[in-house]
Design a protein around this ligand. Structure first.
Ligand code: FAD
Length: 285
């Protein structure tokens, strides 16, 4: 089944992102966690692609296992550290495994990479190739708070339009913690003529490591409301987890209430967090 058909159906959808292991010895434990999340009957699950493509084998394997479990799977694929041959190999493999959905990304540019020797510079080039290859529903990434490398948000949106013109059928957002940022972004997308469905990416922040990581990398500020939770419960892991789940649940309900039909939860391979969110949304999705 194609993700585009799922997210454009009338009922609201809830999906989860998982990531593959970095090494073989972690495959079993990741696979178990992914299996547990799959039992929550999400509308689909996405499997990330390790930076630089190092874990590409595992992405395809986990996405294929999900299909076997009856879950619609969306395999991520990055291009900037890859070659055309390698991308075609991946597309052949995904097709052979019966995977019908790809989230097509540029990937972060590794430090020291010679940009003049790249096969791909932007995600739209990969998107166009996947479209020409045929048979896949293609998604892309978008950034309500602007991609960190962008000159400005107007340019960022202009480039999103190029992705859509090249075959991107839906967009999934980077995490954000203040829904008004998404609503404002959606308004600007529509004004720019970018009219594909947008899936809202929500990250339940449930531990101190995640908080540090978000603060250091993403240019995605945590709102005051959440920072107060961190001040109060930062040294109590159980309380922080509970508060993080409650915050994400409230954020998701507000999204649905404001007409956002598709929410994708960055599960961080944590079945207990994913399960609690699903339970909190019982009767809603
Ligand atoms: P692009 O769309 O190519 O954009 C990259 C930058 O180039 C932006 O600043 C954009 O404004 C600019 N740009 C785009 N097109 C043009 C153009 N035509 N001309 C000039 N400038 C242009 N990374 C992974 O390694 N693996 C994953 O599995 C993964 N999954 C992700 C899932 C989601 C939902 C999101 C939001 C991100 C994910 N990422 C992943 C991170 C992503 O690879 C990085 O954010 C990367 O830096 C940009 O990828 P992109 O596909 O958005 O790139």
């Amino acid at each position: 089944m194609k993700v585009i058909d799922t997210i454009t159906a009338s009922k609201p959808t809830l999906s989860f992102e998982v990531f593959p292991p970095k090494t073989d010895d972690k495959f079993e434990s990741v696979s178990r966690a992914v299996g547990e999340i799959a039992t929550l009957a999400p509308d689909y699950m996405s499997v990330t692609y390790g930076a630089g493509g190092g874990t590409s084998e595992y992405t395809a394997r986990i996405a294929a296992d999900l299909l076997q479990k009856g879950v619609v799977s969306l395999a991520h694929l990055t291009c900037v550290s890859s070659t055309r041959e390698r991308v075609f190999e991946q597309l052949e493999k995904l097709r052979a495994l019966g995977i019908e959905n790809i989230l097509a990304l540029r990937g972060d540019i590794p430090e020291g990479l010679d940009r003049t020797k790249l096969s791909y510079h932007y995600a739209y080039e990969l998107i166009a190739e996947i479209r020409d290859f045929g048979g896949f529903c293609i998604g892309g990434a978008c950034y309500p708070e602007c991609h960190p490398e962008s000159e400005n948000s107007a340019k960022d949106i202009e480039y999103l339009k190029i992705k859509v013109e090249n075959g991107c059928e839906f967009l999934t957002t980077q995490m954000f913690f203040d829904n008004s940022i998404l609503y404002n972004f959606l308004y600007r997308l529509l004004r720019a003529g970018v009219d594909v469905p947008v899936v809202a990416g929500v990250m339940p922040v449930t531990n101190a490591v995640q908080i540090k990581r978000i603060a250091s990398i993403s240019g995605t500020p945590l709102p005051q409301k959440f920072l107060r939770i961190v001040d109060r419960y930062g040294s109590n892991p159980e309380a922080l987890k509970q508060a993080g789940i409650a915050f994400a649940t409230e954020q998701i309900i507000d999204l649905y209430a404001n007409g956002i039909n598709a929410v994708h939860v960055y599960s961080m391979n944590n079945p207990s967090v994913a399960g609690k969110i699903k339970e909190n949304l019982k009767g809603i999705v």
